[in-house]
Design a protein around this ligand. Structure first.
Ligand code: IMP
Ligand code: MG
Length: 180
């Protein structure tokens, strides 16, 4: 897909992200029983960097990692209201403690849909964490249990998050600024 010319302005540094994840991991640990396994579910593909850093902050817990892929954005910048499951979990979650990890809550459709699906499988406890939240964009009433950073209505990339599949490998969160 071709994109308009753009530059990336840093919005959240790698250092700030790491510090926030350390804080959030302490809260997460308090929310789950210390002697029980946590199934950490990453939503592909945008959460892959976040989940990698997050589970390493949970190194003193019994953690299982699973992934789920839902479609919403396609390759462009416009979210769609129709959410489809492209890849389901490998494992069962009934009776288990689950933490769902997302990159960004934007309109809210993706996590809303995914949470309804996963709750219908009767986990013992299910919580959500999103690295970024754009509350001004919300179309459905959805709130993650933990948010890394609230951001304004800007299109962002980096730290796993893409624009037309590019820039996932930046270590920081940057804002896309068009130059045309
Ligand atoms: P929602 O269903 O509108 O909440 O969309 C959430 C999904 O849209 C996220 O998981 C991202 O993959 C994608 N998304 C939302 N905002 C951005 C952005 O600023 N940059 C890149 N992807 C985004
Ligand atoms: Mg996503």
């Amino acid at each position: 897909m071709s994109t308009r010319p753009y530059v990336i302005d840093q919005m959240i540094s790698a250092k700030a992200i790491a510090a926030r994840i350390e804080e959030l991991s302490e809260e997460i640990k308090q929310a789950f029983p210390p002697d029980q396994r946590i199934v950490v579910v990453g939503l592909l593909r945008g959460s892959f960097v976040f989940i990698a850093d997050l589970v390493r902050e949970l190194r003193d817990r019994d953690v299982e990692v699973d992934f789920l892929e839902a479609s919403s954005y396609g390759d462009g910048m416009n979210s769609s209201r129709e959410v489809r499951i492209l890849k389901d979990l490998r494992g069962a979650i009934e009776g288990r403690n689950v933490l769902v990890v997302e990159d960004i809550v934007d309109t809210g459709h993706t996590l809303n849909h995914v949470m309804h699906l996963l709750e219908s499988r009767n986990p013992a406890k299910i919580r959500t964490i999103a690295l970024l939240d754009k509350p001004n964009r919300r179309e459905v009433d959805f709130r993650a249990d933990w948010i890394g950073f609230e951001i304004p209505d800007e299109f962002v990339v980096g730290y796993g998050i893409d624009y037309a599949q590019r820039n996932r490998n930046l270590p920081f969160i940057g804002k896309v600024r068009f130059t045309d």
